[in-house]
Design a binder for this molecule. Structure first.
Ligand code: HEC
Ligand code: HEC
Length: 270
């Protein structure tokens, strides 16, 4: 329990999805055969309510879950075995090994990307991320390098399921809440125009990070006009601009981004 609480405190305020905490050591977890068997069981017993890709329907979206609602392998096992009392999720009578196969499949689907075998060439994906064709690093930092307008991606593989990373890139405006990340155009009373992302905004003041990464503290009394973008500040056309291969490699690179405690790894000393 203490571990779960610690993870909460370490969560960035802007995180928009439920964390996956505490993988178990059951041998099915991460085992490709168990995952494949679990995928079949999922398609017949669960997809009708949770969607073929976990994105929901009659039951909730399992990939993009609400904040403050952590799941673990054990929670998932018990939800499958016992159902969710009081909600519309029925219990199953599956034997232990099949129940674990389902857990293994869900772990691969909704657990952190770094815990799964991801196809693709991470070194090639690194070039895609830092290259000027995509400009990802103009807005995003990894390990202290890169832009500040978008969220830091140093631990994106350790905190986000692969499906969510992919969706963020290919369909950035699918999720409609950008609190803490709203794209804004601010016209000041003195005529100056600022474009960037509003980190904090209330009736009196606003903090805007511009494309260069500079932070502007703006009193609302100096603002003539405030335009707020409907969708994500991310470019919306990466789905077309990236080839399937580039996307696959980029995802492999991002899935590998996990922040480790400093000084524990030889890689930290470069
Ligand atoms: C009849 C529809 C239905 C079916 C079939 C169903 N579920 Fe659910 N499931 C739900 C509903 C509704 C909830 C939300 C319960 C709640 O309100 O917390 C839920 C919740 C869950 C949760 C917990 C999510 C969370 O964030 O707490 C998991 C995990 C889950 N289901 C997995 C499965 C799996 C695996 C199967 C197949 C064995 C399955 N479900 C079959 C309707 C269904
Ligand atoms: C113009 C700035 C900009 C560019 C360029 C950009 N992003 Fe983003 N990105 C953002 C902002 C702002 C957000 C937060 C809003 C959102 O979730 O869409 C974001 C969100 C994300 C997220 C979700 C992060 C989280 O914590 O939920 C990922 C992953 C991501 N971007 C990856 C990329 C990749 C990979 C590229 C290049 C292919 C890229 N971005 C290019 C600004 C940018």
């Amino acid at each position: 329990m203490r571990f779960a609480v610690f993870l909460f405190l370490a969560l960035p305020v802007a995180a928009q999805h439920g964390q996956y905490v505490g993988g178990s050591r059951h041998p099915s977890i991460g085992n490709p055969e168990a995952i494949a068997a679990g995928a079949k069981l999922y398609a017949t017993s669960c997809a009708g309510c949770h969607g073929p890709d976990g994105s929901g329907g009659r039951g909730p979206n399992l990939v993009r879950r609400s904040l403050w609602h952590p799941l673990s392998d054990e929670n998932i096992f018990s939800a499958i075995r016992n159902g969710v009392p009081g909600a519309d999720m029925p219990p199953t009578k599956l034997p232990d090994d099949q129940t674990w196969q389902l857990v293994a499949f869900l772990h691969a689907l909704i657990g952190p990307a770094s815990e799964n075998a991801i196809p693709g060439d991470a070194a090639a994906g690194e070039q895609v991320f830092w290259g000027s064709k995509t400009g990802c690093s103009e807005c995003h930092a990894i390990a202290g390098r890169g832009g500040r307008m978008g969220p830091d991606l140093t631990n994106v593989g350790g905190s986000h399921p692969l499906a969510l990373i992919k969706e963020s890139i290919v369909e950035p405006s699918k999720d409609l809440t950008f609190l803490g990340n709203e794209g804004v155009t601010v016209t000041m009373k003195n005529g100056q125009v600022l474009r960037g992302v509003a980190r904090n905004r209330d009736n009196y003041s606003m903090q805007v990070v511009d494309r260069k990464g500079d932070l502007h503290m703006i009193p609302m009394m100096n603002v003539k006009e405030l335009g707020i973008k409907d969708g994500s500040p991310m470019p919306g056309d990466y789905g077309k601009r990236l080839s399937p291969l580039e996307l696959r490699d980029l995802l492999a690179y991002l899935a590998h981004q996990v922040s480790r405690p400093q000084g524990n790894s030889p890689q930290d000393k470069n």
